[in-house]
Design a protein around this ligand. Sequence first.
Ligand SMILES: [Zn+2]
Length: 432
Amino acid sequence: MNGLGLLFIAAILAIGAQAHATTHPNPLENEALFDTSDVVVHGLVVESRVEADAAGRPVTISTVFPFDVFKGTPGATLTLRQLGGVLPDGRFFVVPGRPEYAPGDEVLVFAVPHPDGDYQTAELSAGRFEVRYDDAGEPFAVSTTPAAVGGRWNNGASATWRIDGLVNIAGGGLAETAGAIAAWNNEPHSDIAYQVIPSGSNTIHLDALTSPCGWTTCISGGGVIGCGGYGGFGSHVWRGEQYSTITHGEMWLRSYCTLGGFDSITTQSVITHELGHTLGLGHPAQDDTRPPDACPGDQGLAIMRSTVQHRLSLGTDDSDAVRWLYGDGGSSCEGDPPSGDVVVLTAPSTPPRGEIAVLRATVTSTVPIRWVKFFVDDPGTGGELLKCTDKSAAFACNYKPTRAGVHRLRARAYTLSGLLAESAVVTMTVQQ
Ligand SMILES: [Zn+2]
């Protein structure tokens, strides 16, 4: 190892456990990361493209030109295969915590072999460091947080699953898997319908000795214990925001080296966490904008935290996330919204042209509404939204129609966390 290499390794060791804040349960110490990796390279990402793997899943193939090779023999370039990405035809697969490589990135990569050949980053994003330089030109390495993602099933999160392999614990993990699925299905304010059947179309791997998530060995101590992701095609709008449409999911629980290597509660926690990823949930500390978080402060008890939890039930942060994506839009701190029309818009049906018409939105939600926004669907009709009041219980806005014809109007109510509901369209016929 040359002097520069020693600097890099010293730099990442100095970062310590904090460098692994983005990883899954049980962060691996940097020394252990070096030991378990087959290849450690400092280099420049020169290319990144997405192809379909043998199973038809998008896989991102990145080429790293090595400046220094600290371990292993990667060849003239290091080829990394990372599950996930978007194919040219629009099919996508997302693995929260996956490292991203863009051409031009200077990186320090810890890699292990990929089951399909070439290499993959060890331990998801824990094995990728961005290389930076201080004012004196000395290099240092920092871990980076992968970008937030937004995916959602558009079918009520109805999906069938099959089990592949058994956990190396008494009972094989079947009860833990059932418990994990029940935790999501039984969330009282949302509709999730996951089901295990022998011919399920999505797979729960319970004994993955290798995976496309950065491991090629069983786990006996630290390291990534599981990963999960979702794939699909296209997008849809939900509560006013665009989501990638999830059509399938897959999760892997890493093989335990010894019988009972992790206990039943930990096992169920990990399966619950990974299934949460297949529902489109990220890690709360990192992806706190998706879904929006109306009730900060409870992430520490979330099962979706990136470090392994030892609990069977969802935290309030987890519940709020699925209430947003698959439920009533309420939350643990804001309360339950009522059923029925949350926003009712009223407007004069035949106002005179050129005079001010008052639009009113009445909000029946018990969830605090922060503001209401009015929309004119067809601005070509000719009209102008003027002064609005948005702090009172009855939200009102002045609208001045400037052209005769039909004007289509809507109102949207926003909570602190985002859009809660939209009114029905109201039409207004303006006389000549
Ligand atoms: Zn995770």
